[in-house]
Design a protein around this ligand. Sequence first.
Ligand SMILES: [Fe+2]
Length: 298
Amino acid sequence: MLGLTTTQAPWIEDARKAGQIYISQPYELYSEENHQAWKLLYERMTPRWERYANPVFLDGLSKLGLTSERIPKLDEINRALAPLTGFRARAVSGYIPAFRFFESLRQREFPTTITIRPPDRLDYLPEPDIFHDVAGHVPMHTDRRFADTLVRFGQCAHRAAEAAEAIRDSQRKRARLESITRAMARFFWFTIEFGLIRTRAGLRAYGSGLLSSYGELAHALESTDVHRPNLQLDWVIHQSFEIDRYQPLLFVIDNFDQLYEAIEQLERMILDNRLGEVAPGKPEVDTEEVMQLVAGHN
Ligand SMILES: [Fe+2]
């Protein structure tokens, strides 16, 4: 039985075909193999988290009561999150385009994949899965400052859409929104997904792409091949990246206040129209989807 295995779950495929983005977590559909994959992932990560994760994350794991025993229920996670930050993990049927994803953050919702990778592919999967989303991201959402930072980031996307409303020429509007979305996706990638932070104990990871990857977490902090400059907004927004390899470039912050301030600076850049033409390259942006959202939401 395939259960809710990534790219092999008929229940998810049906939801996608029916156009359902937001779904429930049909917990009874998880197979024993699915729970086993979670257990293996969680158990081998635990010592690496203790060694390489930032304290907010380690605190978050215990606040959420996550264990290796079974795949967590989103309802239980949300009950723990509600009094802490009001953030909510909301089940989705798959990939959410960047702009819509940012809009969710603004509403304190984190689009969360509920499928899990197959046990023979524990090391790398291009698609996000529940281990990445829940064990990698959600522990950080227990922290008020970090949660507010995500909301603030989501507000930037909203501001960009509002600012673009004034542009009559649809070609120009499209180009500008595409550029801003690319800049924001790069910022998200180099901070929320792959960020490093200085702590009293030394350099630690706070980026969820690192915190959910057994191999890359150690590589990010130990390898001499990785370049680790201080976070620089002007650099990040013009920096392309490849998703299917260990990252050769990781940006370091001193504390989470610095991240919040970087987002405020990002917003000023949006409003001053300084993100209207960032360097081309990855990631790809679905401009059509951005335009539809702007038309529908704002
Ligand atoms: Fe992620």
